[in-house]
Design a binder for this molecule. Structure first.
Ligand SMILES: [Mg+2]
Length: 406
């Protein structure tokens, strides 16, 4: 059933129930949508754009692709479905047990159940995927984009181009000049050279290329100690301190993840000493970890990730903590597809979020690679802004012709 038919059906229900003098609440409860199924679709890959090695994973270059990936779809008995990033195949049955027959508007209750029963699986990504899908349904039922439903603060936000590869200082400077010419207002550069002086020379070259009216962020990716072994350069406190001071002198906006993920005392000590803002949190799990970091003065800018930090509810809770403690919240990228779109809507509600992270290292890894699965993806405009989608829910549709398993 199309949404319009559904609303027409609702209107007919209003008339017939009104004649029986039943209270409106009874009507609302009777006609509520119910979840019927959860599916994960594999999306077709449309092409390849080349091999690139991520700066944070040296030794593991891989082919970058247009489209591809997976999408979760939550179906209801009223013809409206919600879409979300692809959850794990192993998690589908457990989520179905929790969700089939339930009202997608009950997302606080369902979210609580998902979190409570997720302890053994410890798969916060699945929780995030399901919450995004539930909210997409809610937005479609009430015919509003999510950022308006949650309470809009702004209709667009500047996107910063988040670099992927390390490359040479000269090439990064050329890349920066090209991005600025396209309209981008800022970019984030990876600091992974063996020698600190090469990291600093990179930022010097970039600053020379773009001038002062362009924002430069930097990322050392030093908080990855709990993940897959990545044999890159590892910083000690002295390297972090010397780098932070040098970057501050070049008006760099932030230094991200200068030390290990749980070296809260070390990062807080660094933060007390240096002027440059410190950012981090992309792999921290749960609202409690962000509370501990705030209490210790670890970061100035919190970077929760929707597919790591307990989904929509988790991110909104971290944003509330940030607001109450006079911190900025600028989420980690969200995966480059529907997770990024969900975060774009959240950012639209936050007065203390001045940027969105968009992974964009063209020509091999432009952000349009991931968005190619969407019918109507948001684009970065000629002034460097990304606008919140105006359609209901997430405001974007997947290209149904790309579903491989349909
Ligand atoms: Mg990062």
């Amino acid at each position: 059933m199309k949404r319009r038919q559904f609303i027409a059906g609702m209107s007919a229900g209003v008339a017939s129930l009104a004649s029986l003098s039943l209270p409106r609440l009874a009507l609302a409860q009777r006609d509520r949508p119910r979840i019927t199924d959860i599916r994960v679709h594999r999306m077709k890959t449309l092409g390849e754009t080349g091999v690139m090695e991520s700066a944070w994973a040296p030794g593991r270059p891989y082919m970058r692709r247009v489209g591809g990936g997976t999408v979760t779809e939550i179906l209801t008995d009223q013809g409206i479905s919600g879409i979300a990033p692809g959850m794990s195949a192993g998690g589908i049955n457990r989520m179905k047990q929790l969700l089939v027959g339930q009202d997608p508007f009950d997302n606080e209750s369902l979210g609580h159940q998902m979190r409570y029963t997720n302890g053994a699986a410890n798969n916060w990504r699945d929780v995030g995927c399901i919450e995004i899908g539930l909210w997409d349904i809610v937005g479609k039922v009430v015919d509003q984009p999510l950022y308006k439903l949650w309470g809009a603060h702004k209709d667009k936000v500047p996107a910063y181009a988040s670099m992927i590869q390390l490359s040479t200082p000269e090439e990064r400077a050329e890349q920066a000049a090209r991005l600025k010419a396209e309209g981008w207002q800022g970019m984030k550069i990876r600091l992974h050279h063996l020698e600190m002086k090469e990291d600093i020379r990179t930022i010097e070259r970039v600053r020379d290329a773009v001038g002062d009216d362009f924002t430069i962020m930097t990322d050392a990716n030093q908080a990855q100690s709990s993940g897959t072994w990545q044999p890159g350069i590892q910083w000690d406190f002295a390297r972090a301190l010397d780098t932070a001071r040098a970057l501050g002198d070049m008006n760099v906006y932030w230094l991200e993840e200068p030390l290990r993920r749980y070296d809260f005392d070390g990062i807080a000590e660094l933060n007390r000493i240096v002027d440059i803002q410190l950012a981090g949190g992309e792999n921290n799990q749960g609202v409690q970890e962000f509370l501990w970091m705030i209490e210790k003065g670890v970061y100035d800018i919190l970077q929760p990730e929707i597919l790591v930090t307990e989904g929509v509810q988790g991110l909104r809770a971290v944003a509330a903590l940030a607001l109450a403690n006079h911190k900025l919240v600028i989420p980690h990228h969200g995966g480059g597809q529907l997770g990024t779109i969900a975060q774009l809507h959240m950012i639209g509600t936050w007065p203390h979020c001045p940027w969105i992270e968009i992974m964009n290292d063209p020509p091999i890894s432009p952000y349009t690679n991931g968005f190619a699965i969407l019918e109507n993806p948001p684009m970065v405009d000629s002034e460097g802004f990304m606008a919140m989608p105006q359609g209901p829910g997430l405001g974007v549709d997947i290209r149904r012709d790309l579903i491989v398993d349909a």
